[in-house]
Ligand binder design. Sequence first.
Ligand code: NAD
Ligand code: IPM
Ligand code: MN
Length: 365
Amino acid sequence: SKSYNITLLPGDGIGPEVISVAKNALQLVASIEGFEVAFEEMPMGGAALDAVGVPLPAETLNSAKRSDATLLGAIGGYKWDKNEKHLKPETGLLQLREGLQVFANLRPATVLPQLVDASTLKKEVAEGVDLMVVRELTGGIYFGKPRGFSTNENGQEIGFNTEVYAAYEIDRIARIAFETARKRRGKLCSVDKANVLEASMLWRKIVTALASEYPDVELSHMYVDNAAMQLVRNPKQFDTIVTNNIFGDILSDEASMITGSIGMLPSASLGAAGPGLFEPIHGSAPDIAGQDKANPLATMLSAAMLLKYGLGEEKAAQRIEAAVLDALNRGFRTGDIHSAGHKLVGCKEMGEEVLKSIDSKTPAA
Ligand code: NAD
Ligand code: IPM
Ligand code: MN
């Protein structure tokens, strides 16, 4: 039977808690659908710094490159916050994304009917929201040079970064976005700051030039400040959003709250070829780490994206998605999405309830 290698990177904080739950789900749906999964668990982020002194050991990157897909929990924490740049957990994550060349980060934000009342927005605003942020992931200000620390002419310390995009980087992420929009509701909104930034002016030019190749997709442009406002004013106007690395980081956290919690949002990071990286959009949540309070559903849904986009195992993916909905339908809620009338559970129990829902499901369509 088919067999896949999956690299697991639990990382820091709530990372190990949510990964252990998602691992069980992957194992279970694989056995139901009749394929094998072999896991290789590797150190990453702060855990790797503590173990071997670097945030992304070569063995970890190699494992991710060799495997069919990688599932990451989260990295980072107070303990390493004052580390030098090259010894930060976050630097390891950027090296991993760069090393795998996963330039396209898909971050879906869907308001589930079960969770409308978990949204901080009014029911009529949140209900039915279903959008996809396509975030450029290996360029922009995160990677641009020059960068660093220096001293200016007044002897003041300065820190500086560069927002830079080459035409090919914009072209390839825009193509992914047009194709994503085409498979959804055919609307693409490109978010930039072309009224101020040269990198955004080029971004808008390249995206606009591609529109004629996708006549079935309705393209619009929006400045990022307005987009931040429109997301909470009327999020249903959005279908697919394409944007640069930093704007995508910020807007996807904002979009998560429309759905009820950042603990619900998965992501897939894909390149032109080679294995993908799958991770919840949230961080290591040091404020709740080690307390069995984390919502594991973002990681569960990331595992579903791994099955779908990474392995092409669509049925197995659907089983996890259906089970998440079923556990919610049966009333289980972690603290971040809890409201009156529901059963408050921890990370582990939420995971177990999703597993039960997988068990009891008849074959996915
Ligand atoms: P965060 O996403 O870790 O947490 C923000 C808030 O959301 C916290 O109150 C946290 O408790 C809550 N939260 C996050 N995930 C949750 C979940 N699954 N269930 C319930 N509540 C959840 O962001 P932060 O506090 O700004 O960052 C903490 C650390 O994580 C930092 O070191 C940061 O660099 C890192 N980080 C890592 C990633 C990643 O690994 N991809 C992403 C974002 C932040
Ligand atoms: C994310 C995180 C990362 C990012 C950090 C931890 C490097 O916020 O995955 O959204 O900014 O991309
Ligand atoms: Mn982020």
